[in-house]
Design a protein around this ligand. Structure first.
Ligand code: UGA
Length: 431
């Protein structure tokens, strides 16, 4: 099929490259000239395993990039994969998505017959019904359900395994409100995954499809917060939460995944999506008790880590190492990273923070220019009076004699990643 993807961020680029890999002709559209030039040169701006080889293999042939939205008119369907950042109050800002919808609408205004627009961006149901569809209709002069199709097809990619998640999804969610043409096109598009690899496809309404994305992320975030809440209780009772989690995960109804307790969740999605759901609930005069609790527990975890450190060291005027800055291993993304409240808490206590991360130093230095950054974990630990492990980079599990160079060997582990050894005052956050 001939497909256009508007937005060449993390989701849009992964989608475009993977669709090219499934055999489709893909046009990526982005307003940023540098992004477009780099894509056409076979390069990406994103750290994502497996993505660069695909982009370089298909660039210039089945994957082309342009800043010109007019190109979408020649394609069978257009994905809107534009970011929807959070506002101060937690609600989402759909302005980028609406600008893209307007450009796409104008581009297909003169197209004869039907054009299908597929919303990939994460937005609440009302944004689709009250803003995206009217914008598309106004700009194109076409009518939803007539010569304009609008479908909702959320994405469940994780950073660090986006390509693998795209190619091996648990499900494909297609919301069409019964538009058979939209359903047929998306079924054809995903045919290699649905038919050949037996991936279940969920055919549902557009509002339901939009909500499935939020419910999925909120459920996972709440699952981690629940094990963190239980973890804090376990710690108080002198119980190892990881042993408890391993056993309860054997119950199919609970499941073993997302039971790693510690300093909490970050990233570009869980914090934003839980805040958006909370804000939407409050707008509807509903008190979202569980969602609020999930967010609250997540805010508490970095403070618990700092409290455990306080029990052993007064960090005022002392060097303190922070190991890990990315919101999770395998990425340089620091959005929502738990390292931020940890650093702030240490600074409030008068500590001299020296931070290390294999990938994320550059990004954190833009937000926290006043702390020291080390080139290795060993350098960060050298002379430190305490250390906090915040990201579970596998290399941190190998640290051993590096701790010998600490002035006081106090380590608070927020991710159960540090190997315990003699001579170390070791505190696990929930164990
Ligand atoms: C998440 C979802 O997992 C994806 O399905 C979804 O598509 C994506 O958001 C999105 O909406 O785009 P991602 O943010 O990349 O993916 O990262 P996760 O691997 O889910 O981790 C999120 C956070 O939870 C990380 O900070 C991680 O350290 C934390 N986490 C995860 C835990 O603290 N414990 C766990 O057991 C699992």
């Amino acid at each position: 099929m001939n497909v256009s993807v508007v937005g060449s961020g993390y989701v849009g680029t992964t989608l475009a490259a993977c669709l090219a890999d499934l055999g489709h002709d893909v046009t990526a559209v982005d307003i940023d000239e540098e992004t477009v030039e780099r894509l056409n040169a076979g390069e990406t701006t994103i750290h994502e395993p497996g993505l660069d080889p695909m982009v370089s293999a298909y660039a210039g042939s089945s994957l082309k990039a342009t800043t010109d939205h007019a190109a979408v008119a020649d394609t069978d369907l257009t994905f809107l994969a534009v970011g929807t950042p959070a506002r101060e109050d937690g609600s989402i800002d759909p302005s980028g998505l609406l600008a893209a919808a307007e450009d796409v609408g104008e581009a297909v205004a003169d197209k004869d017959g039907y054009h299908l627009v597929v919303v990939k961006s994460t937005v609440l149901p009302d944004v689709i019904d009250e803003e995206v569809i009217p914008t598309l209709e106004d700009a194109s002069g076409k009518t939803d359900g007539d010569d304009l199709g609008v479908a909702v097809n959320p994405e469940f990619l994780r950073e660090g395994s986006a390509v693998d998640d795209f190619m091996n999804p648990d499900k494909i969610v297609i919301g069409t409100d019964g538009d058979g043409r939209a359903l047929d096109r998306l079924a054809e598009l995903y045919q290699p995954l649905i038919s050949d690899w037996d991936v279940p496809s969920v055919e549902t309404g557009r509002r339901e499809a939009a909500m499935i994305k939020y419910a999925n992320n909120t459920f996972l975030a709440a699952k981690v917060s629940l094990i963190n809440d239980l973890g804090n209780i376990c710690k108080e009772l002198g119980v190892d939460t990881y042993e408890v989690a391993e056993a309860i995960g054997m119950d199919d109804r609970i499941g073993e995944k997302f039971l790693n307790s510690g300093v909490g969740w970050g990233g570009s999605c869980f914090p934003k999506d839980t805040a958006a759901i909370k804000s939407a609930a409050e707008d509807a005069d509903y008190d979202p008790a569980m969602v609020e609790a999930a967010i609250e527990v997540n805010d508490v975890q970095p403070q618990r880590l700092l409290g455990l450190m306080d029990e052993h060291v007064d960090v005022d005027g002392k060097r303190v190492a922070v190991l890990g800055l990315a919101f999770k291993p395998g990425t340089d993304d620091i959005r929502g990273s738990r390292a931020k409240p940890v650093i702030e808490g240490l600074q409030d206590r008068g500590g001299n923070v020296v931070a290390y991360d294999p990938l994320a130093v550059e990004k954190m230095a833009e937000e926290f220019p006043d702390i020291e950054y080390a080139d290795s974990a060993a350098e960060a630990l050298d002379g430190a009076h305490a250390a906090a492990a915040v990201t579970d980079w596998p290399a941190f599990a190998e640290l051993n004699e590096e701790f010998d160079a600490m002035a006081e060997k106090v380590v608070v582990d927020g991710r159960r990643i540090i190997s315990r050894r003699e001579g170390l005052t070791y505190e696990g956050l929930t164990w």
